[in-house]
Design a protein around this ligand. Structure first.
Ligand SMILES: *[C@@H]1O[C@H](CO)[C@@H](O)[C@H](O)[C@H]1NC(C)=O
Ligand SMILES: *[C@@H]1O[C@H](CO)[C@@H](O)[C@H](O)[C@H]1NC(C)=O
Length: 162
């Protein structure tokens, strides 16, 4: 009786261990790589993410809005959403790029051909071509400190940038 009871507890415990390891299966950076995108597209500190494997809808949660430096600055909102498919992130929300002192929301990110070494950012007015190697390593992302960036963060958070 007692023995069966411990066995049952042990089995349930094992079940939980398996569930947890399944839920914690790889980082967002590994996921991006699996989808043919460079891991450095998202900051190193990602709190959590959900991917709906049916639709490709991806939601990434950061600790807070922050700025990361590539060749220029990218502003990440606390929540970044988009539709993930092989080689692309479409319908992006919460990802903006500084371009000549203007913050432009990036709507789509595309790697059409990894061997070209090129990644495209669709910033509405144009497709911007960048070097894939800029996005190889996930950058640090810091809460913006200086005034200009704080104002930009505010505007972007409130969706007043369009
Ligand atoms: C993203 O996916 C949703 C459905 O999951 C769809 O309604 C929406 O149009 C898609 N957006 C883009 C830009 O592909
Ligand atoms: C930024 O993220 C916050 C928190 O998830 C959300 O409430 C807000 O709508 C987002 N703003 C934009 C412009 O995506």
């Amino acid at each position: 009786m007692d023995r069966n009871y411990s066995l049952a507890i042990f089995t349930i415990f094992l079940g939980f261990v398996f569930l947890l390891s399944a839920a914690d299966d790889g980082s967002i950076h590994d996921l991006l790589r699996t989808y043919g995108l460079p891991p450095g597209l998202l900051p190193s500190a990602v709190k959590s993410y959900n991917l709906d494997r049916g639709t490709g809808f991806l939601e990434v949660h950061l600790d807070g809005p922050c700025l990361a430096k590539y060749d220029g600055f990218v502003f990440f909102n606390q929540t970044v959403r988009g539709n993930l498919s092989h080689g692309s992130l479409r319908g992006l929300v919460g990802f903006s790029q500084e371009e000549l002192f203007i913050w432009l929301p990036v709507k789509e990110i595309l790697v059409a051909d990894p061997s070209s070494g090129v990644i495209y950012f669709d910033i509405g007015v144009a497709h911007k071509q960048l070097s894939l190697s800029l996005f190889e390593n996930p950058p640090d992302c810091t809460a913006s400190e200086d005034d200009q960036h704080q104002r930009a963060a505010q505007i972007i958070r409130e969706g007043r940038y369009t």
